[in-house]
Design a protein around this ligand. Structure first.
Ligand code: ADP
Ligand code: MG
Ligand code: MG
Length: 252
């Protein structure tokens, strides 16, 4: 089972001018096995939503709730959220100099499962995951994200997704900066994950392009810190044609 329920979530960040409200009551439920796309203009709060669910300390929850299979996510530490089955692929993955991809993946897997993976199957799993993402086997010896191209960063995120096997994956602009070949490889990785039993995906994107490869069950238009409209995949086509303009406040 994997149901992520976000109810009336309000989040602020502290700025030099005092607290600034970014999320203004976000409500959506990703039912077991569903993929939801969140589409919205820059600055609408999409990354804030992702970080808030993942537990980034910079974001203060000022109202609402988030539950995963009924468990209070907001009461959990960042580690507990990961162990509970939440995964976040960040819009801007961080460099971890001196830590190899192989060590990083093994450490993360061990932390999430509570025990080290069996070495023989693990090496096979890692090589298989990298291979499916068109990353060669020397990739696992490189420092995490250091000198990675945009496409390598995103493919590495999807390798993590395949290997860590969360219940719900939040993918923040996993499509940004990808050429068409890399976009296909990344999308295929996400689709392989979706084929697993009962997995949820929250796909955050600015552009409709990735939705040609990953068909969401539900599309949410996200504007000014909340969901402005929800619908089926056809809503993405409307956005493609009309942009976000009709959702923005009318200038006076
Ligand atoms: P999106 O991912 O949709 O582009 P973000 O969540 O990154 O939007 O940002 C939403 C708004 O919150 C923006 O106006 C951004 O400047 C602001 N914001 C985000 N984080 C901070 C912060 N730490 N301090 C001040 N403003 C922030
Ligand atoms: Mg942005
Ligand atoms: Mg963002």
């Amino acid at each position: 089972m994997s149901t992520l329920e976000i109810t009336d979530l309000a989040v602020s960040v502290s700025t030099e001018d005092g607290p600034k409200q970014i999320l203004k009551g976000v409500t959506l439920t990703i039912d077991d096995g569903q993929t939801h796309a969140i589409m919205g203009p820059n600055g609408s709060g999409k990354s804030t939503l992702a970080y808030s669910i993942a537990g980034h300390p910079k974001y203060e929850i000022t109202g609402g709730s988030v539950t995963l299979d009924g468990e209070d996510v907001l009461a959990m530490s960042v580690d507990e959220r990961a162990r509970a089955g939440l995964f976040l692929a960040m819009q801007y993955p961080v460099e971890v100099p001196g830590v190899s991809v192989a060590n990083f993946l093994r450490t993360a897997k061990t932390a999430i499962d509570g025990e080290a993976p069996k070495l023989r199957t693990w090496v096979k799993d890692v090589n298989g995951a990298l291979d499916r993402l068109n990353l060669d086997s020397t990739f696992s010896q490189r420092s995490v994200n250091e000198g990675f191209s945009g496409g390598e960063k995103k493919r590495h995120e999807i390798a993590q997704l395949e290997l860590l096997d969360p219940k719900v994956a939040i993918l923040d602009e996993t499509d940004s900066g990808l050429d068409i070949d890399a976009l296909k490889i990344v999308s295929e990785g996400v689709n392989r994950f979706r084929e697993r039993e009962g997995k949820g995906v929250l796909l955050i994107t600015h552009y409709t392009r990735i939705l040609r490869y990953i068909t969401p069950d539900v599309v949410h238009v996200f504007v000014d810190g909340k969901v402005a409209e929800s619908g089926g995949p056809e809503l993405a086509d409307k956005l493609e044609a009309e942009g976000y303009e009709s959702y923005l406040p009318v200038a006076r």
